[in-house]
Design a binder for this molecule. Sequence first.
Ligand code: SF4
Length: 84
Amino acid sequence: MAICRGEDPDLFFPVGAGTSGPMLVQTDAAKAVCLGCPVKKQCLDWAMKADPVEGIWGGTTEAERRAMRRSAARASRNTAGAVA
Ligand code: SF4
């Protein structure tokens, strides 16, 4: 069961621009909750497929998931290029 069920949902949707102090603190607090979540992988998988989706999911921010998707796409292109 998701351990964020008992948390304030707003915790997982930090408001602010860039990497400002309060936003960073809230992001880290949300990630700390995710860290011990038994469904973290499923949560992240969902967010990766559903993106763009705002907020902290599976212990990642939207920007981190975007970077992960870019990295996976790059790796996929490199693999395809190696085979061709
Ligand atoms: S990993 Fe997902 S389900 Fe688990 S605490 Fe974080 S946001 Fe909630």
